[in-house]
Design a protein around this ligand. Structure first.
Ligand code: GLN
Length: 200
């Protein structure tokens, strides 16, 4: 099992640290070739406009869409969730369009940088700690999108098949629940490098 982490900008190192803690190999992805052999890909938080521009310039946007079509699991957190959304508002922005949802950038406000809350989720009995940092609001999620956790009456953690998005930062807590759930999706997928069943 190998997980790629988009390492253009943002907090990609925190995701790597959690995955290493779980005994999973990671690779920093900056080129289309970097995705080869990965079972899953994490799109970290940061600045979605900068990340999107990089993805489009380097040919990575198209490569990530292919990766998803071939069954590669993808998890976008915060800016990464914005990249995955079918529709982005405030302001309108292009995206990878891999998840049937509409997001409103900086939906919880720009001034208050962060908020740490605990709330129920479908992933475990205990409340899930959620760290919000200028996150987007998921205004609308399609009927096939499962809501795994909510915050303020809006979806905060969603999943459709092997694509998952969080408007918060699970990589900034000690709790590995959300990453473990993502790893279970990645383990069920296929290796995009060969299109064959994954090796481990
Ligand atoms: N506000 C950022 C954006 O719109 C996302 C913030 C984050 O990833 N923590 O791209």
């Amino acid at each position: 099992m190998k997980i790629g982490i988009l390492a253009v900008q943002g907090d990609f190192e925190a995701h790597a640290a959690i995955l290493h803690q779980l005994g999973v190999d990671t690779v920093e992805v900056r080129t289309p070739a970097g995705l080869e052999g990965c079972n899953g890909l994490i799109l970290p938080g940061g600045e979605s406009t900068t990340q999107l521009q990089f993805l489009q310039e380097e040919g990575l946007a198209e490569k990530i869409q292919q990766f998803a079509r071939r069954g590669g699991a993808i998890f976008g957190t915060c800016a990464g969730a914005i990249l995955l959304a079918n529709e982005v508002r405030n302001p309108k922005q292009d995206s990878l369009k891999l998840l049937d949802m509409t997001v409103l950038r900086n939906g919880y406000g720009r001034q208050v940088a962060s908020d740490v809350v605990s709330g129920p989720s479908k992933l475990k009995k205990e409340p899930l700690e959620m760290v919000f940092i200028r996150g987007p609001i998921i205004e609308h999620a399609g009927p096939d999108v499962e809501v795994l956790a909510e915050y303020g009456g809006k979806p905060a953690l969603v999943q459709h098949g092997h694509i998952m998005a969080a408007t918060f930062h699970p990589e900034l807590t000690d709790d590995t629940t959300v990453h473990q759930h993502f790893l279970s999706l990645a383990a069920n997928g296929t290796s995009p490098a060969t299109g064959s069943a994954k090796s481990k």
